[in-house]
Design a binder for this molecule. Structure first.
Ligand code: NAD
Length: 435
């Protein structure tokens, strides 16, 4: 059964992970408040936007392959849908908490609005280490979770997508289960699906592509070119790997990449096109066999003296404890929430520009929107069209952010939040409060 916790007030913070999760939520709320002050947001709207609209929490019993039963905690947080259906990823992670899901759902609301997409913000998933499940167990868990969410997701309600620990196959199971339950073929209920069932070309590489496009634009703004720029990328997955490869194609030197086990570094540049991405071979960075590279920790990668640092793995990696050691000239956030709000202040004081996640990795939700359009219109786009339209959308968002940045003399993050939050606030004002 789905428990609707929307009336329960602030998210529960009594869990074991509360320390880390609270900081993600505290960061999200601080960022909201900074932007709210900047646009003089109505207090009543701010009060509403500090909380998610709805939180669904279920515990799911699953029979494991050996016959015993395990129970999993699952969440779907729906933050705001004033501009369109809720939209956001589903994570399978042992560290998943309600609090972090609230923070990430909130961020999705601003991201969708910044990109001017007709979507709101949501996030959620299952507290589980997916590596410890067999494919059959993952499938049973996913189908059962979909069953529990059947009344709260849908192509016009809430459209999940892959995130950490989930993939196109997970989306295919959700689409299939939802379609069976509604007795209709419903490809638009999820994005990030395999191509054979309505997935879009270019979806998987899209957040990395947008991070590369935005890096190129920001470098040009600071009168620098991609050619010869040195880049360190934390996380060699969908976001980091694709960003690294594209920037490398455009002439950048990728000096360091990492996975969960650590980083490899070569000041002359790594052949990133030849290193398999996380979804192709999860241990490829760890197993990279070249005596010429130096091995270092993920923490050391973050402090390398490079032109551009792209944290593209997990949240909360640049904090008050290491922000002073970040030596890059520019930080482009590939992951969601890699910089805490205190670290943000430290980097701003040091004049290190931080290009926020809601702009840099927004290619993911943008191509998800293209996928949803293709699904509900029963039309398929070419990869060339996806790339062209993504470039157009990223240029438009960049132009909007740049305008606010220059007019208001704020940080890049505040400028991006101003664009997104203003659109959400305007929609709330126009729609009003009912009853
Ligand atoms: P992924 O699973 O494809 O790759 C993640 C990479 O990070 C892997 O190389 C993994 O080994 C590494 N990693 C995992 N935990 C780590 C840790 N603690 N320290 C260092 N490295 C670690 O994931 P992804 O889809 O590229 O997502 C990465 C980030 O980008 C997440 O914050 C995600 O929410 C965000 N994001 C993803 C998308 C998308 O569509 N995939 C879109 C927008 C934002």
């Amino acid at each position: 059964m789905v428990t609707d916790l929307s009336a329960a007030g602030p998210a529960d913070s009594s869990s074991a992970e509360a320390g880390a999760a609270d900081s993600a939520l505290a960061t999200a709320r601080t960022q909201l408040e900074r932007a709210a002050r900047e646009i003089d947001l109505d207090d009543d709207i701010l009060t509403r936007l500090r909380q998610p609209g709805r939180m669904h929490e279920v515990t799911i019993p699953i029979e494991m392959d050996d016959g015993h039963v395990e129970v999993f905690s699952c969440f779907r947080v729906q933050h705001d849908n004033v501009r369109g259906p809720y939209k956001g990823g589903l994570r399978y992670s042992p560290d998943l908490t309600k609090e972090e899901s609230v923070a990430l759902a909130m961020t999705m609301s601003w991201k969708s609005a910044l990109m001017d997409l007709p979507f709101g913000g949501a996030k959620g998933g299952v507290r589980v280490n997916p590596k410890e499940l067999s494919p059959a167990e993952r499938e049973r868990l996913t189908r059962r979770f979909t069953h529990e969410l059947r009344n709260v997701i849908g192509p016009m309600r809430d459209i999940p997508a892959p995130d950490m620990g989930t993939d196109p196959q997970t989306m295919a199971w959700i689409m299939d289960a939802y379609s069976m339950m509604t007795d209709e073929s419903q490809p638009g209920v999820v994005t990030g699906k395999p191509r054979a069932i309505g997935g879009s070309p270019g979806r998987q590489a899209a957040p990395g592509r947008s991070a590369a496009v935005i890096t190129r634009e920001v470098l040009a703004y600071y009168d620098r070119s991609v050619e010869g720029t040195t880049v360190a990328v934390q996380g060699f997955g969908s976001v980091g790997g694709h960003a690294a490869r594209l920037l490398n194609d455009w002439g950048a030197t990728i000096v360091a990449v990492s996975d969960v086990h650590g980083a490899i570094y070569d000041p002359n540049g790594l052949p990133v096109a030849d290193i398999p991405l996380h979804d192709e071979e999860p241990e490829a960075v760890k197993g990279y066999d070249d005596a010429g590279v130096t091995r270092m920790s993920n923490d050391e990668l973050l402090t390398l003296d490079v032109d551009v640092l792209i944290p593209a793995a997990v949240g909360n990696v640049i904090t008050e404890f290491n922000a002073d050691d970040v030596a890059a000239d520019l930080v482009v956030e590939g992951a969601n929430g890699p910089t805490t709000s205190t670290a943000d202040l430290i980097l701003a004081e040091r004049d290190t520009p931080v290009i926020p996640d809601i702009l840099a990795n927004a290619g993911g939700v943008t191509v998800s929107y293209f996928e949803w359009l293709q699904d509900i219109n029963r039309r398929s786009w070419s990869l060339e069209r996806v790339h062209k339209e993504l470039e157009t959308e990223m240029q438009a968002a960049w132009a909007n952010v740049l305008q606010e940045y220059e007019e208001r003399e704020v940080t890049w993050r505040e400028a991006a939040y101003v664009v997104g939050l203003s659109r959400v606030a305007e929609a709330h004002e126009q729609r009003g409060l009912w009853p």
